[in-house]
Design a protein around this ligand. Structure first.
Ligand code: NDP
Length: 271
């Protein structure tokens, strides 16, 4: 057999699991039977989620992580593996958005964004990839963004970091070919999470107006974190022998009410 199937037990590390996409992805995977290590800075939130998962019959452990600190990343991986066993799956989704016009952003803020979103994800990759290559299997999922394909004004550093993720993943995919380890990127569109909720309201208004001006806010619908969790799950549950390299998920434009009312009910509906 060219590809040995996934093992029954596949421990997962989710970086950025205290909120939003990471939290829901961890819950989703735990409900599907995956043991999960929940990692972020706010450990009390992680512990609450771990308790919820455990109460529902899953297996979860809360592990502190700051992706900007290499030792913290190494400790997080060591603690996760001590608790759950060697990591078969990693979801790198830690992020913290800062916005501002490129010509007003400071070099420090710019570098911080790169550090969290790009170098942070790379630090996690670097910490786990050796073990995955040794075992000749593993899934590493980077949470990128649709801004890598369609940049938005007011987030030049974030866009640069997420475009960097795309470049990093494309390179990694070449380097990992034939090792048995799969790396992929999930690119969410706008998703309703904690991200952006702490921004200055004036900045947010100006930013949204610029998005409209550039045709980047065609409708007001947002994705839910559950949508992204499903994309991650699709990527990591893909049977071995195939490799889902990139998934882009966008919110669907709402069907106008008049059109919805005309829609034909599927056969058997209401029976
Ligand atoms: P949230 O703010 O809800 O979650 C971000 C998570 O990252 C939190 O768990 C936070 O935990 C963690 N985090 C932030 N900084 C660090 C750090 N230094 N070390 C470790 N963990 C950290 O946002 P989302 O769920 O929206 O974001 C998740 C990912 O999805 C990000 O990569 C984001 O760029 C991406 N994304 C989001 C989109 C959206 O519209 N929401 C669209 C496209 C991509 P804590 O503060 O406890 O450390």
């Amino acid at each position: 057999m060219a590809f040995i199937p996934h093992p029954d037990r596949r421990p997962v590390l989710v970086a950025g699991a205290s909120s939003g996409i990471g939290a829901v992805t961890a819950e989703w995977l735990a409900a599907a039977g995956y043991p999960v290590a929940l990692a972020a800075r706010r450990v009390e939130r992680l512990q609450e989620l771990a308790d919820k998962i455990t109460a529902a019959g899953g297996e979860a452990v809360a592990v502190p992580l700051d992706v900007t600190d290499e030792q913290s990343v190494l400790d997080c991986v060591a603690k996760s593996e001590a608790a759950l066993g060697p990591l078969e799956i990693v979801v790198a989704g830690a992020g913290d958005l800062a916005v501002g016009l490129s010509y007003q952003t400071t070099p420090e803020t710019f570098a911080d964004q790169i550090n969290i979103h790009l170098t942070g994800a790379y630090r996690i990759f670097r910490a786990v990839i050796g073990g995955m290559i040794d075992r000749a299997r593993g899934d590493f999922v980077f949470i990128g963004s649709d801004v890598a394909i369609r940049p938005r004004p007011w987030s030049s550093a974030y866009v640069a970091a997420k475009a960097g993720i795309d470049g990093l993943v494309a390179t990694i995919q070449l380097e990992l070919e034939g090792t048995g380890v799969r790396a992929g990127v999930v690119r969410p569109g706008q998703t309703l999470t904690g991200m952006g909720m702490n921004l200055d309201p004036h900045d947010t208004e100006a930013m949204l107006n610029d998005w409209i001006k550039h045709g980047l806010a065609r409708h007001g619908n947002f994705l839910a974190p559950e949508h992204i969790a499903q994309a991650v799950a699709a990527m990591v549950t893909m049977p071995r022998g195939a490799h889902m390299r990139a998934v882009e998920v966008e919110a669907e434009g709402a069907v106008p009410r008049a059109r919805r009312e005309q829609q034909i009910e599927p056969e058997g509906a209401g029976q």
